[in-house]
Design a protein around this ligand. Structure first.
Ligand code: PEP
Length: 253
């Protein structure tokens, strides 16, 4: 499987002109992204502009998805609309949405809706803090179990992506990201939980990404941990740094 690189722009940058300039910056190094499965998730109003700039080397993603494919829901952007812009993947259950009240049950509804709409769901899980007793492992097990409720082993599991994003490691500099040895341990644990839910054959098809302060200088060590790629926040707005991360992933292509 190709390494996966997803850029989550969150609510940045603050203008369409700036968004176009960042996307043009990425396009200058387009060859670097072609060996990867690259996705960019800009703020919704920038979808069309970014889509044109990344065509040929990257795919469009959304930072969230609504839990009904179509209908009358004022203020919601339904999957059908996202699809009409060419969105191929949706981030679901990001910790910043969970902080606004999104539950595992809502994440589960969104995953099922994305699957029904032909959009790849990228489910985010991650503990807020760690303790010596290892409570965070149980927390991750529960988030996975509840968020994946109703996802069918046979038809759906192979279309899923999981992003492990410890909340305490998000939005910092690379030095404060997770240590590779701890990440390697968590990747094994997540694979075990996915095997318990879906069985070994299906679980093996599910890519696991890491997200949380991935920058140019820690990407190489983090990719050696058994993850299949990265979900990148702030560094995805910096074409030079995002290019360095892509270069580290390329060595695993
Ligand atoms: C994120 O919010 O998904 C993320 C990984 O952010 P950052 O890379 O800035 O830590």
């Amino acid at each position: 499987m190709k390494p996966i690189l997803v850029g989550n722009w969150k609510n940045h940058p603050d203008s369409l002109a700036r968004a176009a300039s960042i996307a043009s910056g990425l396009a200058k190094k387009s060859a670097q992204y072609k060996k990867l499965a690259t996705y960019i998730a800009p703020p919704l109003p920038y979808l069309e502009t970014v889509s044109k700039k990344i065509k040929g080397f990257g795919n469009l993603a959304s930072q969230d998805i609504f839990f009904a494919p179509e209908g009358t829901y004022t203020g919601a952007t339904t999957p059908d609309i996202l699809k009409s812009f060419g969105v191929k993947l949706s981030i679901i259950g990001h910790s910043e949405r969970r902080a606004l009240g999104e539950t595992n049950e809502v994440a589960s509804d969104k995953i099922k809706c994305a699957l029904r709409s032909g959009i790849t769901p990228l489910l985010c899980v991650g503990e807020k803090e760690r303790d010596a007793e290892g409570e965070h492992f149980e927390f991750i097990r529960e988030e996975l179990r509840l968020s994946l409720e109703g996802v069918r082993r046979k038809d759906d599991a192979g279309k899923l992506i999981i992003a492990y994003e410890p909340v305490w490691a998000i939005g910092k500099r690379s030095k404060e990201a997770m240590q590779p040895t701890d990440l390697a341990q968590m990747v094994i644990f997540i694979k075990k939980v996915l095997t318990d839910i879906f069985g070994r054959e299906a679980a093996e098809m599910i890519p696991i990404l890491y997200g949380g302060s991935v920058e140019g200088d820690n990407a190489k060590a983090l990719i050696e941990t058994g993850v299949n790629g990265f979900l990148v926040g702030h560094a995805s707005l910096d074409p030079k740094m995002f290019g360095e991360i892509a270069a580290a992933l390329e060595t695993h292509a």
